[in-house]
Ligand binder design. Sequence first.
Ligand code: BG6
Length: 485
Amino acid sequence: MSSNIDLVVFGARGDLAKRKLLPALYQLDKAGLLAESTRIAAIAREAIDSVAFIQQTGDLLKANVTTGDWDDKVWTRFSRRLHYIKIDFSQKKEFASLREWIVDKRTMIYYLATPPSLFGPISKHLYDADCVTSTSRIVLEKPIGHDLQSSEQVNGSVGTYFTERNIYRIDHYLGKETVQNLLALRFANRMINSQWDNSCIDHVQITAAETVGIEGRWSYYDKVGQLRDMVQNHLLQLLCMVAMEPPSSLQADEIRAEKVKLLRALRPINEDKVEDLAVRGQYSAGWISGVPVVGYMEEEGSESDSSNNETYVALKVNIDNWRWAGVPFYLRTGKRMQDKVTTVVIVYKDNPHSLFPETNSEANNKLVIRLQPNEGIQLEMVSKKQSLKERLETEKRTLNLDFFDSSGESRIADAYERLFLEVIKGDQWLFVSRDEIEASWRWCDRLLSSWREKKVPTKSYSAGSWGPSKAEILIESDNRSWYEG
Ligand code: BG6
């Protein structure tokens, strides 16, 4: 456990801090993973005093952590670490009150849960107020910019005051236990690893479907869309974990270098192919779990009569390298879909010659990696049907590995707990490097510009469905279909 560390959370009154950051820190304290001396400064613009902030945080945590996780003794210890400081982030002189709180020679971790437009100014004010030393770390929430150029600006301005070694860019998908498990699955299992290429794999599907809509964020989301919100970061990071070459070690630099290589090998989606390779959708009214929900244009906060912003994306992505030549990766993600699921499905090739004519292609081996919910891995195989009547009839069977059941733990840690822990340890392996961010923006910018040039409209889909029918055509025109497991 790293001692000598203090944490500062900017944007401590925001949604992310309330829903994720403060609960994650509480859980780390409960698990005995915060050093006794670690203090936490919560920073926001609101004029409330520290006592009121602590009281409200206690109420919030009590309401949010599951009953079994609440512990009065842990809360008493945790609350003693907390201190609220009111700062207007745009006012340089107000950072003096943070400076007063800082104890020299301790390692400071600054967590910026603020809009990215503030990353540069906050870094500068921290530096000017003498709050930055060579050991200070800064944690940046996504989005880092909205295109390559703006991400370069954000990275450049933060990089003026913090070295790359001390910048931790969050992609919370990398903090998910099951995403890390992809590394173990691929690189600790010779059997899997030796068949992880175009000689055995037909195609790969990555799905991140959500039932939620845009949750009151209309004006923000309408400028962003699902490609920037989910693909540029989470889906491309998943793709990297699935498709990158084996790193020579699990050191951050080695893993990140492999991810950059993979991102640079993604074939650009240009105008001439964009309508065949990419589908945009927008949800209309429908039903989610038996409850009626409005369409995107009728969502609270909607500011215009029409919008061509996408709430759904399906893509066919090609990777131009030796391992993956000829193996398409189908990616899809959307809001207001039928179920909340994140899966990676590896579909293996047919046998070169079938001894079992009745085995149809539905029986192809599939490795299904369920990232959420019910985290685990299933291997779909073919085995003989137990029967005296038939000579050798086959059927599809499933080998099931349930991560949760087999872990012996009472809960799966939230992504933010793992990510805080790694920042505290000073290990960047689960954080995104500047090169990765820029490579993924370069690829997304190309696609966005192809959509713009071709004026590609969004296709409507009903809330509660699996997206527009064009997304079915995207995969079915290759004689394949989305996994529905
Ligand atoms: C966030 C997106 O990064 O990820 C949200 O901004 C999305 O729009 C969320 O809902 C999904 O995260 P998870 O962990 O619930 O899959």
